[in-house]
Write a protein that binds this ligand. Structure first.
Ligand code: SF4
Length: 307
C-alpha cells in the first residue's frame, strides 16, 4: 500500500507551543511510517501523561492515551494480544523515568517487541517545568527556584543494565537522523528505546534549543560498531555491551553523542518464550461463532466461584 502524510493527519490540530520539539518527533514518526510503508491500521501509538503524551491524538493511527507512567505495560499487553501490530510508545522523560521507572526496568527483562520513543526535555513541561529525572544536577531551568539539587538518571545506562536490545539517542530537531533511527528500531525484533533529546522552548529554552543541541551533541564515531553479529554468542554480546557502556561514559552533561549505542537481535523475546510454552496469543484464538456468539467456555471460572 502507499500512504502519504495527509493520511496520517487527524482532524484535530496539535496544541503544542510554537517551536516545541514534540512537533519534530511527530513529524519523524509520520515519515517513518510512510518510509516503512506500514498500514496505519496496524500501528498503535501508546502514551502516558505529559505534553508529549498528547501525541496519539495528533496522528491518524490507533492510539491509547493512558495513565501517568503506565504506557509500557499497556503497550506490552497490546503487543501480546495481537503480535501483528506495530506498537510504539511515545512518552516523556518524567513519565518514563519518574513514576514509570519500575515499568521501564521490568520491560528490559521481557524483551517484548515494542518501541519506546522518549521525549526527553529534562522537565515536567505539562505541569509548568519542574525538574524531571533527566535534568542534570546544578542546572537551573525556569520552573524551579534554584539549581537542581538531584543528580540525573542516564536513560542509556539504565536501558543497557535493564536488558534493552536496541538503545539509541537523537534530537527532536534532526528529522533525518530520527527517521533513520526510528525505522531501525521498528524493524528491530525486540525491545527498543530511543532517547530523543527534545526542545522545550517554554520551560527549558536554554538547554534544549536547536543551537544548544548543535553545540553540545555530535554523532558517534563512524568506527563504532554497536551491532551484535552473532545473536547467540555470549562473549560478543558482553563485549558489545561493554563497548556501549564505555561510549555512554564518554558523554557528560555538556557533551552528548547521538546514534545507536547497542543493537542485539536477541531471538529470546517474550513472544518466543510464550510460543515455546505453547501459549497462543488471544488474536489467534476463536472467541465467537459465525453469528457472533461467544464460544469461550467460562464454566471452570464460574465453578471456582461457587461457595
Ligand atoms: Fe512543548 Fe514545552 Fe510547550 Fe510542552 S511546554 S508544548 S514541551 S514547548
Amino acid at each position: 500500500m502507499s500512504i502519504n502524510i495527509k493520511d496520517l493527519d487527524p482532524h484535530e490540530m496539535n496544541d503544542w507551543c510554537p517551536g516545541c520539539g514534540d512537533n519534530g518527533i511527530l513529524s519523524a514518526l509520520k515519515n517513518t511510517i510512510i518510509n516503512l510503508d506500514i498500514d496505519p491500521h496496524d500501528v498503535v501509538v501508546v502514551s502516558g501523561i505529559g505534553c508529549s503524551s498528547k501525541l496519539p491524538n495528533f496522528i491518524n493511527t490507533n492510539g491509547v492515551h493512558t495513565l501517568h507512567g503506565r504506557p509500557i505495560p499497556f503497550a506490552e499487553g497490546i503487543k501480546l494480544s495481537n503480535p501483528n501490530l506495530t506498537v510504539i510508545i511515545d512518552s516523556g522523560d518524567g513519565d518514563t523515568f519518574g513514576i514509570g521507572a519500575g515499568h521501564f526496568i521490568s520491560a528490559g527483562r521481557r524483551n517484548i517487541d515494542v518501541k519506546l520513543f522518549v521525549h526527553d526535555d529534562g522537565v515536567y513541561s505539562l505541569t509548568k517545568g519542574q525538574a524531571s529525572p533527566t535534568l542534570p544536577e546544578d542546572r537551573k531551568v525556569k520552573g524551579i527556584p534554584a539549581p537542581n539539587i538531584n543528580s540525573a538518571i542516564n536513560p542509556l545506562q539504565l536501558a543497557l543494565f535493564s536488558g534493552y536490545t536496541f538503545i539509541a539517542r537523537t534530537t527532536s530537531y534532526n528529522l533525518k537522523e530520527q527517521v533513520a533511527m526510528m525505522s531501525k528500531a521498528i524493524k528491530h525484533k525486540g525491545l527498543a528505546m530511543i532517547d530523543i533529546l527534545q526542545g522545550c522552548p517554554t520551560y527549558n529554552s536554554e538547554f534544549t534549543s536547536p543551537q544548544w543541541f548543535n553545540m553540545h551533541t555530535k554523532p558517534l564515531p563512524d568506527t563504532f560498531d554497536p551491532i551484535v553479529k552473532d545473536p547467540t554468542d555470549r562473549k560478543e554480546i558482553n563485549a558489545k555491551k561493554k563497548a556501549a557502556m564505555e561510549m555512554i561514559m564518554q558523554d557528560d552533561d555538556e557533551h552528548l553523542q547521538t546514534g545507536i549505542y547497542f543493537q542485539w537481535e536477541n531471538p529470546d523475546t517474550f513472544e518466543s518464550r510464550l510460543e515455546s510454552r505453547h501459549i497462543p496469543s488471544p488474536i489467534s484464538q476463536k472467541i465467537a461463532d459465525e453469528e457472533g456468539k461467544s464460544t469461550v467456555d467460562i464454566s471452570k471460572i464460574l465453578d471456582s466461584l461457587v461457595v
